[in-house]
Structures are given as C-alpha cells and as structure tokens.
Design a protein around this ligand. Structure first.
Ligand SMILES: Cc1ncc(COP(=O)(O)O)c(C=O)c1O
Length: 395
C-alpha cells in the first residue's frame, strides 16, 4: 500500500532513523522485509546449485541469431537494446522504487530521456530553481531552444498553480541546499491540473523515500551517488509504472550503461542499507558540530529538528542522506577550510565511501561563495569530526 493510500500518520519504521534515535514517526517501508535484507537479495536469480549469487556481467554487442527465424521476441539480439546484466539491475532498483526501471549511462542521460520523451514544443516545464545545476542548464539551453517554456520554482515553494503545465520536475532533497518538498501534495496539485510529476530522488535513494508511493509518476536519479556509493562508476535510472517510452528512447539514442558498470552497481546495492546508516549517523553528528561554530551559518540537514525541511522530511522520508550543507563567511575562508582538511577531500559528487567537501559556487550554483556541501563517507564518525574541527580551527 502506498504511504498516501495508507493514510497518515505513517507507521514508525522499526529500523528507526539511523543516527537520529529521537526521530520516531518516520514513514515505514511499504513491504515487510527489512532494508538490509532487500538490498542484499533484490534482483538475484533463484538459487541454482553450482551457480553464483549474482551472475557475472554479460559482455555482448551482437548475440547469436537463429539463422532462419532471425530476431525473436524474448531473445537477446543486440547490445544497445538487450542485456541481461542491466535487466537484473533494473529488477533490483525497480523493486526498491516500487515500479519498473530503465537504467542509463548517467543521471543526466536518465533525466534528459524523461524531459525529451515527455515535452513537446509549446509545453511548459516546472523545475527546481535550487536543484542540480546541469538539469537547469539543459532546460535553459536545449529545451528552451525547442520551444519549451521553463518556470523555475524554489524547492521549498511557494509553488504557483500548475494550470497549463505539462511536467513538474521536483528534486527533493534538493542539491545542494537540501530543501525538501511535499511529494504527496504537489503530485495531487499537478495531477489536478493535468500535469505529470517526475522526482529527482538522487540524494535520498530509494531507501530514503519512495516518490512513486507518494503519487509521483516517475522517479529519475543518478545512481552515481549513494545508490552505488563507491565513487567508481556513473549510472542513472528512470522508474515508474509505465516506462516503455523511456526504454524505447534509450534504444534509439543509446545512452546505455556498460555491463561491467551495471554489474558493479548491482553488487554495490547489497551494502546500501549499511552505507546509508553510517553516512546518516555521521551527518547528524557533523550537523550538530557545525551548529556550534560561530563562523558557520545556515547549517542544513533535514534530519535536525530545527531545520526548515524537517517537518516535511520527517513525514515523507525514511532516512536522511549523509549530506550536510553549510556556509562559511566567504570563498577564501571556504578554500582555506578545504586545503587544511586531511581526511575530508575536496571533490564534487556525494554519497561515496570517502568524506568529501565541495564549494558549490565554483560550479556556478546560485549560492553564497562560502557554501560547502559536505558528503559524509564511511570513515569512523569520530575521525571525521576531528578532521572537521581541525580544518575549521585552521581556516
Ligand atoms: C541531484 C542530481 N541529479 C542528477 C545528477 C546527474 O547525475 P550524473 O552525474 O550521474 O549524470 C546529479 C549529479 O551530481 C545530481 O546531484
């Protein structure tokens, strides 16, 4: 049953809210198995004695064809449209999201696939003013050039009426500011106006929230981040109850992941529950520490009860990601902090095993010059806190 169908308030998650034991009342998963169990088992074939748990990647451009019958439904023919390693990963991610899944070579390949299959000249797109900057750039460049009207709205709202809108793209929590929006209310409003809703759920992962269950039509995400979580591959996916058009688009345009990346991603999913638990626990401690520092302003982590996003996050999310955003007085202060850190590495992206920090204004995000997005990794929390304190002291 979907969270919205179940009525609120949602049943508390027995697993709790990692790192925030005070945060009872976060929505439960919609099925019975625990997150760790599901992450380990999803998408695996039935056990066969002598066979591996996760079959190895299938590397194939062409496959053998029947010389007489030629291509046949249900038989793999060519590697741009057919690959069993992707199918296993798609069934795994689809099970976690609660829909069908199509994997892509990157998050942007997945997002652009949705935008370009749904939108036509004359349509209107609503998208986050504070979300991933390349999505905005793609809309302002390519989509506007095709005659699509773009309306940017901050994730925290207020949202204008959706009359005349074809697609509402939400991103929650938004990257890098970590504002959160109400998926159930916005999906209802969009559907009333005849618009579709797609949600970039990259930061949350399917263990953090389930946009389809809250009423969204599509999930789009980068699997490059916490979902696969090792900083060693790029991946994207689209999930929903109806993704045939997106699958056809991928076959036409060829934004497919390599079989090895797909296999690595599937292998990495098995530790998602454990990785998120450590990252979230460290993020909670990092946010608490940052809140005590006089030189730091605007600490954002949606799991802190005093965060503006907390009321919606605590209703809608099952886990809060390991990303914390905060602001130092200026660019110089931020770069001194980055250069004095020893354990916390300067790098973009987030969700990997290494704790990283990124000054987002250097990428053109419309944020203060001193804003840092810090992604907590898998190191011991105490070591991250010690490095954070030392780097702030020296900056
Ligand atoms: C929220 C969000 N969506 C999409 C993307 C794009 O993903 P990828 O880099 O896999 O193309 C990113 C990348 O940082 C992101 O942060």
């Amino acid at each position: 049953m979907s969270p919205s169908a179940a009525g609120s308030p949602a049943r508390p998650d027995a697993a709790g809210f990692p790192g925030r034991p005070d945060a009872a009342g976060f929505p439960a998963r919609p099925d019975a198995a625990g997150d760790g169990t599901r992450c380990v088992r999803v998408g695996l074939p039935d056990p066969v004695p002598g066979q591996p748990f996760l079959p190895g990647p299938v590397f194939a451009a062409p496959y053998h064809l029947d010389a007489v019958a030629g291509p046949q439904p249900g038989l793999d023919g060519y590697g741009r449209t057919d690959n069993p390693t992707w199918r296993a990963l798609e069934s795994a991610i689809g099970a976690l999201e609660g829909g069908e899944c199509v994997v892509f070579s990157s998050g942007m390949a997945a997002i652009s696939a949705v935008l370009l299959t749904v939108l036509r000249p004359g349509d209107t797109l609503v998208l986050p003013a504070d979300g991933y900057y390349r999505t905005r750039a793609f809309a302002a460049g390519t989509l506007a050039g095709f005659g699509v009207s773009i309306r940017e709205v901050p994730t925290a709202g207020p949202y204008p009426p959706f009359d005349g809108v074809r697609l509402v793209l939400l991103e929650t929590p938004a990257n890098p500011g970590l504002d959160v929006c109400d998926l159930s209310a916005l999906s209802e409003a969009a559907h009333r106006a005849g618009a579709l809703v797609a949600v970039d759920s990259t930061t949350a992962t399917p263990l953090g929230q389930q946009p389809l269950a809250w009423g969204a039509d599509l999930v789009v995400a980068s699997g490059t981040k916490a979902l696969t979580g090792h900083s060693d591959l790029l991946l994207g996916y689209v999930a929903g109850s109806s993704v045939d058009e997106v699958r056809r688009w991928r076959g036409d345009t060829g934004g497919v992941p390599g079989p090895f990346e797909a296999w690595l991603a599937h292998r990495s999913l098995s530790t998602l529950d454990l990785r998120l638990a450590r990252q979230s626990a460290t993020a909670a401690a990092v946010a608490d520490l940052l809140a005590t520092r006089p030189e730091v302003s605007s600490v954002r982590w949606p799991g802190r009860p005093d965060d503006p996003a907390y009321p919606v996050a605590s209703r809608q999310m099952r886990r809060i990601p390991g990303v914390v955003t905060f602001t130092l007085p200026d660019a110089g202060h931020a770069t001194r902090f980055l250069s004095h850190a020893r354990l916390i590495s300067a790098a973009t992206s987030f969700g990997g095993p290494h704790t990283t920090a990124d000054r987002r204004a250097q990428w053109g995000d419309p944020v203060p010059e001193g804003l840092i997005r810090l992604s907590c990794g898998l190191e011991d929390t105490a070591d991250v806190l010690a490095d954070l304190t030392a780097a702030l002291d020296r900056a």
